[in-house]
Design a protein around this ligand. Structure first.
Ligand SMILES: Cc1cc2nc3c(=O)[nH]c(=O)nc-3n(C[C@H](O)[C@H](O)[C@H](O)COP(=O)(O)O)c2cc1C
Length: 188
């Protein structure tokens, strides 16, 4: 696929088919993500491919957060809402967490975060190119200590994205953007 087409065709995909996704199929996409620009070649990113055991532990944290957002833990509907959310998470064919190191120097930390975002965009484009759909999520659970610990991350690392991946069941239309000319300024 031409780069231009991948950029235009990449969408945040929310509905996936049941077709399983193998991490092996994604390996070339990680190689492309890894080519992202990064200052001083710090290569600050980590792509964590979530296996079934970890996915089910993440599903519990996701479900708890989702249910607690709607009601108290003692609400009679809590268990039902929890279970629905848990199943929704488990149905996602593949989950990749992208982490980034957090340098003690705030300037370096900012550059590393920016570089990791570049790597994520490369990854999303590469996934589009191989026919996979993905959604970048910054659900609050990416800042949850339990999640960091589950993924084996420490205080010198942060999670930048939880990426849901699968073969698209439906590709939403592009959300309309404002005219690009509104965002360009030419100075003399
Ligand atoms: C940093 C970042 C965080 C995002 N977090 C979420 C999220 O938590 N939930 C969600 O539904 N979409 C999330 N998105 C996806 C955006 O909502 C999406 O990119 C936007 O609606 C434009 O749609 P498009 O990706 O199809 O062009 C995130 C995107 C970015 C870049």
């Amino acid at each position: 696929m031409e780069l231009k087409n991948a950029i235009y065709q990449r969408r945040s995909v929310f509905k996936f088919s049941d077709q399983p996704v193998s991490f092996d199929h994604m390996m070339p996409c990680f190689s492309l993500a890894h080519m992202a620009p990064n200052h001083h070649l710090t290569q600050p990113w980590q792509f964590i491919c979530v296996g079934e055991r970890t996915k089910s532990l993440l599903a519990d944290i996701y479900a708890q957060a989702r249910a607690l957002k709607k009601m108290g833990a003692d609400d009679e509907n809590f268990a039902q809402v929890y279970q629905q959310a848990q199943q929704k998470f488990l149905r996602t064919p593949a989950v990749v967490m992208v982490a980034c190191r957090v340098d003690k120097d705030p300037m370096v930390a900012e550059e590393d975060y920016a570089a990791t975002c570049c790597a994520i965009q490369n990854l999303l484009l590469a996934l589009t190119d191989v026919g996979l759909g993905a959604q970048w999520s910054t659900h609050p659970m990416i800042r949850d200590e339990r999640v960091l610990s589950l993924l084996g991350l420490d205080q010198q690392q942060r999670i930048v994205a939880m990426i849901y991946i699968g073969y698209p069941q439906a590709i939403p239309p592009a959300p309309p953007r404002q005219e690009v000319s509104d965002f360009i300024r030419l100075l003399d």
